[in-house]
Design a protein around this ligand. Structure first.
Ligand code: HEC
Ligand code: HEC
Length: 437
């Protein structure tokens, strides 16, 4: 509040100077004491309402970022000052009253839009239990599209992403450049030829050069295209597409997370939906639901299968905010998928290898000192914030640019970014990570 008054004062000082000048002028030039008093009073009122106007404007300009809930406060202030002016400046009363009324309506509308849902806590998202098993192939494919991209029809939308998080790394459209991971167009056709590649070692997992030979002991290798897809999803390390392995691992280790495990955690039904979409969208016939599920049963041990039917949240992740900042920090890292690309000490499941290990207490000071650093950060906290909101400001040596999503500024609340920064700034190489509250 005090800040607003100070801001209002700063922004409004030329007007104040004028008003004070006018006030002094009234003191000297008018002789009728009655008139003088009235004028003085009016000037006071004008100054007060002027101050309010500038407070309203500065409140608006400092707090109105897209969805601020303080916008109606500004409008209410302007409404009030219009009516006050209307009371005392009788010759302009009609004008002020009309203005006041208009601002009142605007305040009421934006107050309704901005406040009511939050004040009431919103409606709980309708929970729809999906019965994947009894769906038609097209229905399954639709669910698959929602899981991968966050909504129906979203597969054509640049940047759309759903709980499966695949578009973080994979391109899906024919001909799209996909640097982080193979473009998934044509996978159904490619899958069967993969099995014949010499380094796939079909039927002989022991001969594989990869860090993991089999999804689990005795699970063996894929025998057909659908099994190849299931194995790719359940055990990315079993076979690594040449050129796409973790940097320095010589293609023996995959950066792709197992998608039936946290943070992605797709259930058996969801896996079947994703695969069905992969076939259907190319106009190919998908294997039957039971056949797809059987292919996953080959590579996912019973204890790891998520069988409960998925609960779908209305609205999904598409276009919306990934994290509000209410969540504990480990959940924010999961929801924003940082864990898929980064190793973060102290955060369970954060074993990603696409980007650097986020020991920022150690890394950030080094980056800022780096002669090629062109960003604006002066402290560890600023460096982390900049890395999240503007990843290309500085690209860590040996890592490619444009890998880290650039829209976290839109998808994470300020509170969520703050929690991330608090946590990462405490991480130091060789030191115990802080507790996760
Ligand atoms: C963090 C990045 C990342 C995410 C997220 C990711 N993948 Fe991958 N994926 C890769 C990389 C890198 C490869 C290539 C290395 C390998 O073979 O494991 C790959 C390989 C694959 C392959 C084999 C492709 C081929 O040409 O043989 C399939 C299929 C696949 N991913 C599907 C998916 C699906 C479906 C999802 C989402 C549910 C997903 N991936 C999420 C990085 C990712
Ligand atoms: C698709 C993969 C990907 C995702 C998802 C991702 N990052 Fe990154 N991140 C990278 C890569 C690659 C780099 C290194 C290249 C660069 O500097 O842009 C990086 C760099 C960083 C850096 C600078 C690290 C350093 O030591 O200088 C920070 C901090 C960071 N990421 C934080 C995050 C946070 C927080 C999230 C989640 C909100 C996140 N990243 C999500 C790939 C990713």
């Amino acid at each position: 509040m005090l800040g607003l008054i100070v801001d209002g004062f700063l922004m409004g000082w030329p007007v104040f100077a004028l008003l004070v000048g006018y006030f002094m002028y009234c003191q000297t030039s008018i002789s009728d004491p009655e008139m003088k008093k009235r004028l003085q009073f009016k000037t006071m009122i004008a100054m007060l309402t002027g101050l309010m106007l500038f407070m309203a404007i500065s409140n608006y300009s400092t707090n109105f970022h897209g969805e601020s809930r303080l916008l109606p406060v500004s409008l209410v202030m302007i409404t009030t000052l219009c009516f006050i002016m209307g009371l005392y400046f009788t010759n302009l009363a009609a004008l002020f009253k009309i203005g006041g009324f208009m601002f009142f309506v605007a305040a009421a509308l934006s107050g309704y839009g901005n406040w009511l849902p939050q004040v009431e806590g919103g409606f709980p998202p309708p929970v729809v239990k999906l019965d994947f098993q009894s769906m038609s192939a097209q229905q399954l494919a639709d669910e698959g599209e929602k899981i991968i991209f966050g909504g129906l029809g979203q597969s054509k939308v640049q940047g759309a992403i759903g709980k499966g998080q695949c578009p973080l790394c994979h391109g899906f459209q024919q001909g799209f450049l996909s640097e982080r991971a193979p473009n998934l167009f044509d996978v159904p056709a490619r899958a069967s030829t993969r099995l014949d590649e010499p380094n796939y070692h079909k039927g002989n997992p022991e001969a594989r050069p990869s860090v993991q030979k089999e999804a689990f002991p005795g699970s063996g290798t894929a025998e057909n295209a659908q099994e190849y897809i299931a194995e790719s999803h359940a055990c990315p390390n079993c076979y690594v597409v040449p050129g796409f392995g973790v940097k320095g691992s010589n293609d023996t280790e995959s950066p792709m997370p197992r998608i039936h495990k946290p943070p992605i955690s797709l259930s058996m039904g969801e896996l079947a939906a994703v695969d069905t979409w992969i076939y259907i969208r190319e106009g190919k016939e998908a294997p039957a639901y039971d056949e797809i599920v059987a292919s996953y049963e080959k590579f996912i041990p019973e204890a790891d299968r998520i069988t409960v039917t998925a609960e779908e949240e209305e609205g999904g992740a598409a276009g919306g905010v990934l994290a509000t900042g209410e969540e504990p920090v480990n959940e924010i890292f999961m929801k924003a998928a940082c864990v898929a690309c980064h190793t973060i000490p102290g955060i369970e499941g954060a074993t990603g290898k696409v980007g650097p290990k986020l020991v920022e207490g150690t890394n950030a000071p080094k980056r800022i000192k780096d002669s090629s650093y062109k960003g604006h950060a002066k402290s560890v906290r600023e460096y982390i914030t900049e890395s999240i909101l503007d990843p290309s400001a500085y690209v860590v040596t040996d890592y490619p640019d444009n890998q880290m999503p650039k829209d976290f500024g839109k998808k994470l609340s300020a509170g969520a970014v703050n929690k991330i920064v608090n946590y990462l700034s405490q991480l130091q190489e060789g030191k115990e990570p802080p507790p996760v509250e």
